[in-house]
Design a protein. Structure first.
Length: 632
């Protein structure tokens, strides 16, 4: 009887393994490093006309563990402009046996509005599934249609780390007289088939192993294959447009979406004219207007129909005191225009990871709007959503990337300001005293600019003293028993600097062994960041932003102790940056410690990664070096 039962189980498993939904059919090499595997994906996009496209999706995904759950991607967004005709899913066990069929009514229907959103008619249908066992397979299918042909779906067969792909297909059909175009990216290293006719393109790729993230890799979209698509004749929320150049595109953008929202009430016009009366310098005027907007408005996200692309009316922002990036940038533009300062609505990708408008592919792009004031061969870029940023300072959210500036005569690609290492500085001047018990007391002033200012500006917004002190203890985590005795944080908006004056103490900072005391020399600015080591690195590496640190610290030694060992002076000069460290003996009980560290941003080949890692390893070693004292 036992033998018969085992035989039936074997037959059952074998039968289930014959269909396409069994996890057992996935090759071993596509399970390695994978939290999930796309067994099959097919996307069909049909562009019916200038103002309608349809998209059908079928995706079979096997999830191996809880980390792979996020790769199910069983969700669709919809609004008045985008309609979901079908959405469903079916769950199968490891052998391909059906466990559950999920209809549309079982998907969660939710507004995309969040804590920052005030108005939204955009909604999302998504599946929230808790498996009873792993692995399992989900077959997800959806059908949608949209009137917004300005944004066409892209093909990205690999959309996350730790997910392999057995087969992915993408087919797009189009009407030839709409000016269909596409751009392929990162195809090198992949075997991708493309079949093309006068009205269709079909892509297929198979057997892509799971990718593992590597330290300092380029952004994911710059590693994996993808294709973007567009039309020269398109529609956005019922507004028809066309454009083969950025100039043409920008002219339509200005006429249809921006220049219809400029009316202001007379009281506001009088107020801003009074505020700028007697001021002739355009930048000084702009600073007054920028400060006025910061004090009057707050940022919210607005996603109501064409509000996703078109700014609110300037008079509504003025009346209500809020707006999204589009509305606040446009409102500031209108105010500046009334005081004689020309500024321009500028579309950009806002992200701490730098991302460019693809200047070689004319289309609707970007996720954020700022304002540009061109003056005297210089562009001033204003982040209008911030109530705290200094004038013309966007920090790492909009730095060093291509953006689209919209002028009445058309669109123009501009590059936002880059922070060179010398611009992103941290200058530390201080002193500390070691007593005979190994305790330390210290006093220092730290002045930060550029991106280093940006990274610390949040400290000004922490009002709770305990929370603020905790932040500093985390920052100086190499100092055990740290106590903040006194702390003063000031901001200089004109110089765009943050100044920190700090007094601290710590017990047992030094170690004692008989008549010997030894302690780490770098109290204020230790850099322990050593990138991971790889036996066979796959990707090039990127240093996203450079910076410059300079430290000058006086060290008071305990009486009755003499210096037995000092770290040697070092001067490293590499293509990735440089590092200098020296110690000068001023007297028997006083030393001067000097340190400079410059990190250069750049894109480097993977063959140079180990040299970079060793550079950072040497810096970490030097920053952890110790002074040894012996009792006289």
């Amino acid at each position: 009887m036992k033998i018969k039962l085992l035989f039936l189980l074997f037959i059952s498993a074998h039968l289930y393994a014959q269909n396409d939904f069994s996890a057992l059919l996935i090759p071993k090499e596509l399970k390695e490093k994978a939290n999930s595997a796309v067994q099959y994906q097919k996307v069909d996009v049909i562009i019916k006309s200038q103002n309608l496209y349809k998209i059908n999706i079928k995706r079979i995904t096997t999830v191996f563990n809880e980390y792979g759950l996020k790769n199910i991607d069983a969700r669709e967004y919809y609004s008045k402009s985008e309609k979901i005709n079908k959405i469903e899913a079916t769950i199968y066990d490891a052998f391909g046996k059906e466990l559950k069929k999920i209809r549309r009514k079982e998907f969660i229907d939710q507004s995309v509005a969040d804590g920052f959103s005030l108005l939204s008619d955009n909604r999302v249908l998504y599946l929230e599934y808790t498996p009873i066992q792993y692995p399992f397979t989900i077959v997800y299918e959806s059908e949608k249609e949209s009137i917004n042909t300005a944004f066409l779906p892209s093909w990205m067969p690999v959309d996350d780390y730790y997910e392999s792909v057995l087969k992915s297909e993408f087919n797009i059909q189009f009407v030839s007289d709409l000016g269909f175009k596409y751009k392929e990216q990162n195809f090198d290293g992949y075997t991708i088939e493309r079949n093309e006719t006068s009205s269709m393109i079909h892509y297929t790729v198979e057997n892509i192993p799971a990718l593992k993230p590597e330290s300092h890799s380029p952004s994911f979209k710059n590693i994996v294959p993808n294709v973007i698509f567009g039309l020269e004749k398109f529609s956005l929320e019922g507004v028809a447009g066309s454009g083969t150049t950025w100039e043409d595109f920008g002219k339509i953008y200005y006429d249809k979406l921006i220049n219809t929202t400029t009316e202001l009430n007379p009281e506001t016009i009088k107020k801003i004219n009074d505020l700028t009366q007697g001021i002739t310098d355009p930048i000084e005027k702009a600073k007054i207007i920028y400060s006025y907007v910061q004090g009057k408005t707050r940022y919210v996200s607005i996603q109501l129909g064409i509000g996703g692309w078109k700014p609110m009316l300037a008079k509504d922002v003025d009346r209500l005191g809020y707006g999204d990036c589009k509305a606040l940038s446009n409102y500031t533009r209108v105010l500046l225009d009334h005081v004689g300062v020309k500024s321009y609505y500028t579309v950009i990708y806002g992200d701490r990871n730098k991302r460019d408008i693809n200047k070689d592919f004319v289309s609707y792009q970007g996720n954020h709007v700022i304002l540009t004031i061109p003056l005297h061969d210089k562009n001033y870029f204003l982040e209008c959503t911030s109530q705290t940023n200094p004038f013309a300072f966007g920090g790492d959210f909009t730095d060093d990337r291509y953006a689209l500036m919209i002028k009445p005569e058309g669109g123009f690609i501009v590059k936002t300001n880059e922070f060179k290492p010398v611009d992103s500085y941290q200058k530390t001047i201080g002193n500390y005293t070691i007593d005979q018990e190994g305790n330390v007391t210290a006093k220092g002033q730290i002045v930060s600019g550029g991106i280093q200012y940006d990274n610390k500006a949040f400290l000004l917004r922490i009002k709770d003293e305990k929370e603020l002190h905790t932040s500093y203890k985390n920052r100086f985590n190499w100092i055990s028993n740290l106590k903040i005795e006194k702390l003063e944080i000031k901001e200089n908006h004109e110089a765009i600097e943050l100044v920190e004056n700090i007094v601290l103490s710590a017990t047992n900072y030094s170690n004692k062994a008989g008549n010997t005391i030894y302690f780490p020399i770098n109290l204020f600015n230790k850099n322990d960041n050593v990138p991971d080591k790889y036996r066979n690195r796959k990707n090039d590496f990127v240093i996203m932003r450079g910076y410059f640190d300079i430290d000058e610290i006086e060290i008071n030694l305990p009486k009755e102790y003499d210096v037995e060992f000092l770290p040697e002076e070092i001067n490293l000069d590499t293509e990735f940056g440089n590092y200098k460290m020296s110690i000068e003996k001023l007297s028997n009980d006083k030393l001067r410690y000097k340190r400079e560290f410059t990190l250069k941003e750049g894109h480097y080949s993977k063959e140079k990664y180990e040299d970079y890692r060793k550079f950072r390893e040497t810096i970490s070693k030097q920053d952890n070096s110790k002074i040894v004292l012996t009792k006289i």
